[in-house]
Design a protein around this ligand. Structure first.
Ligand SMILES: *[C@@H]1O[C@H](CO)[C@@H](O)[C@H](O)[C@H]1NC(C)=O
Ligand SMILES: *[C@@H]1O[C@H](CO)[C@@H](O)[C@H](O)[C@H]1NC(C)=O
Length: 368
């Protein structure tokens, strides 16, 4: 655990400004009021440490990760740890799509594109392919004490059409805020769907709990995207009432697991009811830390991951492991695989005439 004084000193010491030279060197951002400190690396424009105030007035690192950030590249488990994900997050059925989109693209048809089948099933693309944006060396194009902007140029990697130039700006501000903003332009028509793949444990493994089962979750979304055994959409939406997906009223994540011992966990996308702003809340009574997320995206993926890797030292590593349900990923995103689901009428094709944008704000507070 860090004291606030240690942290303020660290912030003053770090910011010269130093332009990180290795893609695994950290850039530290501190809000002037000391409410939040965030560290990032250029590899994947990835968040590596996030310190916020707990109920005791100390600071808790609320995200898992590695003590050695080069493991973002070499970890065979590839959990896409807290990185920016693109060019197309989540799954693409059969690693195939067409432009304009069609329900059943003919494999050798005109304007049909193929991306790597790198998901567990071998029948879908996951998170932009084998080397998606989360595994690319982004470049710092702007940095200050409170903000860093990374840029990545994706020259038709992984089978996608056209060159995409993307920037991700991470900014911290007083009152415990982290804002991430993504902008992308493309030289020809291409699907773009982005997420920020942050795993959370709001106790930071400091309060005698090793999992997120007692965390309270609230999602104001009445529908979940139904998926098949490959976790690609069937096209149907599941109304949440009476299902383990009903988080419209906040409750502990553990409820569905307790009610049904065979429940495997969450890896689903909720559609926000409010199309103007999506809001998810997560909090823990142990640390008292509450996270409120606001996004301009229509959906949120909630993934009760089973990580299997040594913890960071600050979380009791390396002897202790991040294990089953030790964290929950909450990913603001578009309708997944809408590029193979034309019946939804969701347009995820961008290009010279249409720029892409993604914005999410994370606000931390202490609940009594
Ligand atoms: C999946 O894509 C491959 C080409 O990558 C194609 O040969 C195959 O027919 C497709 N399968 C289905 C079910 O569309
Ligand atoms: C990114 O940088 C790392 C470390 O310098 C290097 O090992 C890796 O090959 C680079 N990746 C790409 C795609 O250039």
């Amino acid at each position: 655990m860090y004291s606030r004084r240690q942290l303020l000193l660290a912030c003053l010491a770090v910011f010269s400004p130093v332009w990180a030279s290795s893609p695994f060197d950290e850039t530290t951002l501190c809000a002037p009021d000391g409410s939040i400190t965030a560290k990032f690396v250029a590899f994947g424009a990835t968040l590596t440490e996030l310190l916020v105030k707990n109920k005791d007035g100390g600071l808790t690192d609320v995200i898992p990760g590695y003590d050695d950030n080069s493991r973002l590249l070499t970890d065979q488990g590839h959990p896409v740890m807290n990185a920016m994900v693109g060019r197309y997050a989540n799954r693409i059925k059969n690693g195939t799509f067409s432009i304009p989109i069609t329900k059943y693209p003919q494999p050798d048809g005109p304007n049909v594109y193929h991306t790597p089948l790198n998901d567990f099933s071998g029948e879908a693309t996951i998170h932009g392919g084998i080397y998606g944006w989360d595994r690319r060396n982004w470049t710092i194009v702007d940095v200050s004490a409170t903000s860093v902007t990374y840029q990545h140029i994706d020259p038709a990697d992984e089978g996608f059409p056209g060159t995409v130039t993307v920037t991700a700006t991470h900014t911290v501000s007083n009152g415990g805020n982290l804002h991430t903003s993504v902008h992308a332009t493309a030289t020809q028509k291409t699907p773009i769907m982005v997420t920020q793949h942050i795993y959370w444990n709001l106790d930071g493994f400091q309060y005698g709990s090793d999992d997120i089962m007692a965390h309270q979750l609230q999602i104001p979304g009445g529908r979940v995207i139904e998926v098949d055994g490959n976790r690609v959409p069937t096209g149907n939406l599941i109304p949440v009432p009476g299902t383990p997906f009903d988080f419209r009223a906040a409750h502990a994540i553990r409820v569905a697991f307790d009610e049904d011992p065979s429940f495997l966990g969450y890896d689903y996308a909720w559609i926000y009811d409010d199309t103007s702003v999506g809001k998810t809340a997560l909090w823990s009574g142990l640390s008292g830390i509450r996270l409120d997320i606001e996004t301009d995206q229509p959906a949120v993926q909630v993934y009760t991951a089973s990580l299997n890797m040594p913890r960071k030292q600050v979380h009791g590593g390396p002897t202790k492991q991040y294990g089953a349900r030790s964290t929950v990923a909450i990913e603001q995103e578009g309708w997944l695989d809408a590029i193979n689901t034309p019946e939804w009428g969701v347009d995820q094709i961008y290009g010279p005439e249409r720029k892409f944008a993604w914005n999410t704000k994370y606000t931390f507070s202490v609940v009594k």
